[in-house]
Design a protein around this ligand. Structure first.
Ligand code: NAD
Ligand code: LMR
Length: 338
């Protein structure tokens, strides 16, 4: 099942739009933070996914309206809205996949780390509820700073006795989406056929696109690689500045979040060779959480794939990120421990 089929299903009009997922397994997906800038378009994309049969939209407020609105879309997923902590348990019960874009976004001049103070507590509490109500669900964390919120989630699950490293993901797909777009534009090739891994973490210099592994392979000068690497690392800031105080990436993030969620569902459903980059517990470097290609399967991560052959430029960038990434991970773990 791919997005092209969804577009086809949408363009078929009202009578047949709800049928593409018929016969597939039942899959309940929850979006926590569903009334927000990312949550609303992500909810729409999940409603369009033929892989989703039940969609739970949770936020502190506003979700009954969003759910009512989305429920009129003629696709199969049954949509329900849940508002406030009292309804969180109901939203989570029976979930196969929980996506978390809850929390505050950046304003110009802020780093993602500046969001830690508020978002760390939000992610911690939501993960406590996940441990209680759907401990076996896959969890996709979008809330920033991802470099810390994923270790926070891991620590909460460890304390609850439910941690499964194969089921926890930091969503870094937007970095891949950006790198693909910038590479294709620079080289003047169709973006649809472009792929490349982005490794490391999800903030500034911890974001490392591996242009040497891009397909199709195109010649790039050192200057081009450096410019595109920096543009990918600063992609989030580019949007924050363009939105001038009205938040950060929401639409491109919803698209990226939906791509990643669909990949997780395909893996759960037994589809072979589903590979995406994600920030996960990892041993491929000495950094305990790290984004790299992972193969998705029926139990979450089937395999964390290695880095492949790196150029001197990429090796240097990897060394340069280690200190910052390790510190962000430590901050997350200490936040839960204390
Ligand atoms: P937003 O403010 O528009 O929406 C956030 C939503 O979260 C709001 O509706 C809010 O009510 C809700 N919320 C707050 N506390 C909650 C709680 N305890 N339970 C449930 N919902 C709660 O923000 P946004 O633009 O949607 O961004 C959300 C987060 O995603 C930010 O932290 C942002 O930095 C991050 N983000 C990550 C990526 C990525 O690549 N991983 C990309 C873009 C944005
Ligand atoms: C992004 O990469 O767009 C997000 O992490 C949001 C941000 O603050 O940059």
């Amino acid at each position: 099942v791919c997005w092209r089929q969804i577009h086809r299903c949408m363009s078929q009009g009202s009578s047949r739009g709800g049928s593409p997922g018929k016969g597939g397994p039942k899959r309940k997906v929850a979006v926590l933070g569903a009334a927000g800038g990312i949550g609303q378009p992500l909810g729409l994309l999940m409603k369009l996914s033929p892989l989703v049969t039940d969609l739970a939209l949770f936020d502190i407020a506003g979700t009954p309206g969003v759910a009512c609105d989305l429920s009129h879309v003629n696709t199969q997923a049954k949509v329900e809205g849940f508002a406030g902590d009292g309804e969180l348990g109901k939203a989570l019960t029976g979930c196969d996949l929980v996506i978390i874009p809850a929390g505050v976004p950046r304003k110009p001049g802020m780093t993602r780390d500046d969001l830690f103070k508020i978002n760390a507590g939000i992610v911690k509490n939501l993960c406590k509820a996940i441990a209680e109500h759907c401990p076996k669900a896959l969890v996709n964390i979008i809330s920033n700073p991802v470099n810390s919120t994923v270790p926070i989630a891991a620590e909460v699950f460890k304390q609850a006795g439910t941690y499964d490293k194969a089921k926890l993901f930091g969503v870094t797909t937007l970095d891949v989406v950006r790198a693909r777009t910038f590479y294709a534009a620079k080289k003047g090739i169709p973006v649809e056929g472009v792929d490349l891994p982005v490794v490391g973490g999800h903030a500034g210099i911890t974001i490392l696109p591996l242009f040497s592994q891009a397909t199709p392979k195109m010649d790039m000068t050192e200057k081009e690689i450096d410019t595109l690497t920096k543009r990918t690392q600063d992609g989030g800031t580019e949007v924050v500045q363009a939105k001038a105080g009205k938040g950060s990436a929401t639409l491109s993030m919803a698209y990226a979040g939906a791509l990643f969620a669909e990949a997780c569902l395909k893996g759960l459903n037994g589809q072979k060779n589903v590979i995406e980059c994600s920030y996960v517990e990892s041993t491929i470097t000495d950094i305990p959480f790290f984004s790299s290609k992972v193969r998705l399967g029926p139990k979450g991560i089937a395999e964390v794939l290695g880095l492949g052959k790196l150029t001197a430029y990429e090796k240097k960038a990897l060394d340069a990120m280690a200190k910052e990434l390790k510190a962000s991970i430590r901050n997350g773990i200490e936040f839960v421990k204390k």
